[in-house]
Design a protein around this ligand. Structure first.
Ligand SMILES: [Zn+2]
Length: 559
């Protein structure tokens, strides 16, 4: 603690005093000042010690002031609290939406079980026949959403006992149509439940999920919830075939005659006596005809054996295969050793008929029962709904199913040390020019180019025929009966360059060949150069290649 300034001055005065009287006076003054300072210090100390500052009083004042503040601001704080809670809820909702948007995949909420021996079950699957599914699931949903859901009976099934129902969900604006089928095989009930649960969420909480909101506003769903009601109505584990013992999913007119299957009714995959011999398959065919502009037909199945995590049968080279591949890649994220089967089939099934004959993109997704606990249990239904629901959603997102891109191939030949010489008087293929490929989809092939030729004989007439052919019954050179349209000629022995062109409609999966045939009337003709351009334009509709006859002024049916 520093010495007070006054005392310091007096101390200096004592130090500097020369005369006795001054010295004594200075000492006295300093002593007096010191005493005064110490007295003040003592007073302050004593005041502090005897509690002149009342801490209790201070606490009370502070408390009162805080209470007052609290009272003044309480309403505002309550408001803020409510607002905060509301904001947090919104943040949660936005987060759910953001998660869903981020993956594009729908994560359905946990589903209740559909079996009586599980708590909180919503439906007794084991104890219900086809009418039970309709009357206890689909009908209550329709009656509660009468402005969006309608139903029609297509007629009785082959047994004459059960109606085959068609439900239609109509969105705000019909921008596209998706056809859903389930229960074509009587024992496959998970698919029926999944279609119901999807429809239920579409009716009741579509606004929570952007994927469902999209369908709600844009996509008409045509639903055949039980395509084989007799099979579904037989005692558990039900019957795969209809009442005539026909596997309806082998009764369609796609490679029906080539398919063997079981030889007797009720054999596993007995195909029936003729394509569409069964009324139930006719109802499916008629639905595909009625809604022929559908984006897709999805026939939902399930497997008794739980040998795979995800199974989706699809047609060969199907343009929607990426949907399954991408979805499976996403879903297997939490499965350590996924087992996947998305093999392609060539059976007279509903989806192959839809894809190959009706040109409606299709799919046959399967659910492996028991992969996630009890069949029809909560976890099973939640996972099955995630699987089927996202397949429906992803197909609903598609506008045009021609992801196969057009492509162009240039092919050319220059005569070097080898030359190509033709001496035939009937058309022969020039092997070096022949190009063989398999179209990745149905489509139009354009073939055009030039050949540079020289004949040995001035009297010769040389013919060049650009051909496009395809194997089996579709194989043809140019167009049968009108082949001269695609012939070009050179005459005499001068070197000439001749342009050519041709085009035809090709089917997917079948080997096609493109090339030149040539002949000469006399002597030999040598080909020096050849340039060809092969353009493939994917198209699911054969009538996009049109032929107009200038002779008759009419359109010609060539394909
Ligand atoms: Zn099946």
């Amino acid at each position: 603690m520093p010495i007070p300034q006054k005392i310091q001055e007096l101390a200096n005065k004592v130090r500097n005093a020369i005369f006795g009287k001054d010295v004594r006076e200075a000492i006295a003054e300093a002593l007096e000042e010191s005493g005064k300072t110490s007295a003040e210090a003592r007073e302050i100390t004593e005041a502090l010690l005897d509690g002149s500052f009342d801490q209790g009083l201070l606490d009370t004042e502070i408390r009162e002031k805080l209470q007052q503040l609290e009272q003044d601001y309480a309403p505002q704080l309550t408001d803020l609290g409510v607002q905060l809670a509301h904001t947090m809820t919104q943040v949660d909702t936005v987060q759910v939406k953001a998660d869903n948007n981020a993956s594009m995949y729908w994560q359905p909420p946990t589903q209740l079980p559909a079996r009586k021996d599980h708590a909180n079950y919503f439906f007794d699957t084991f104890g219900s026949n086809a009418d039970g599914f309709i009357n206890n699931l689909f009908e209550p949903l329709r009656l509660a959403n009468i402005s969006h859901l309608t139903r029609t009976s297509l007629g009785k099934d082959a047994s004459g006992t059960y109606d085959v129902w068609r439900y239609v969900f109509t969105p705000k604006k019909i921008r596209k149509t998706l056809i859903l089928g389930a229960g074509i095989h009587g024992g496959e009930l998970t698919g029926i439940l999944a279609v119901y649960l999807f429809l239920k969420h579409l009716m009741e909480d579509w606004h929570k999920y952007p994927q469902l909101a999209y369908i709600r506003n844009n996509v008409r769903l045509v639903i055949l919830p039980i395509q084989n009601p007799w099979g579904v109505s037989q005692p558990h584990p039900r019957v795969r075939q209809n009442s005539n013992g026909v596997d309806l999913n082998r009764n369609f007119d796609y490679k029906w005659s080539e398919y063997a299957g079981a030889s007797t009714p009720f054999g596993h995959d007995y195909k029936g006596t003729a394509p569409f011999s069964e009324i139930e398959s006719q109802y499916i065919r008629d639905t595909l005809n009625t809604y022929s502009d559908a984006t897709a037909y999805l026939d939902i199945h399930n497997l008794g054996s739980a040998s795979h995590d995800y199974v989706a049968y699809n047609s060969i080279n199907a343009t929607n295969q990426f949907i399954y591949d991408d979805l499976i890649n996403f879903l297997v994220r939490d499965i350590a050793t996924p087992v996947i089967n998305n093999s392609q089939q060539d059976t007279p099934s509903a989806y192959n008929y839809s894809y190959h004959v009706k040109k409606i993109v299709s799919g046959n997704p399967e659910w492996a029962d028991g992969r996630y606990g009890s069949t029809y249990g909560s976890v099973e239904l939640t996972k099955a709904l995630e699987w089927f629901g996202n397949i429906i959603i992803q197909h609903a997102r598609q506008d045009v199913f021609t992801p196969n891109e057009p492509f162009v191939i240039e092919t050319h030949f220059e005569t070097g040390t080898t030359t190509i010489t033709i001496n035939s008087t009937s058309l022969v293929e020039i092997n070096q020019f022949k190009f063989i490929f398999t179209p990745p989809s149905d489509g139009i092939l354009l073939f055009e180019g030039v050949v540079t030729v020289k004949s040995s004989d001035p009297a010769s007439i040389n013919t060049f025929n650009p051909f496009i052919g395809q194997e089996s019954t579709d194989f043809q050179y140019g167009f049968s009966g009108t082949i001269n349209r695609f012939e070009v000629y050179s005459e005499g022995d001068k070197r000439q360059t001749i342009p050519f062109y041709s085009q035809t409609y090709l089917k997917r999966d079948k080997v096609a060949s493109v090339g030149i045939r040539a002949k000469t009337t006399v002597g030999t003709v040598t080909i020096y150069r050849y340039r060809g351009r092969i353009t493939f334009i994917p198209s699911e509709k054969a009538d996009r290649l049109k032929v107009y006859s200038a002779n008759t002024g009419t359109w010609v049916q060539e394909y």
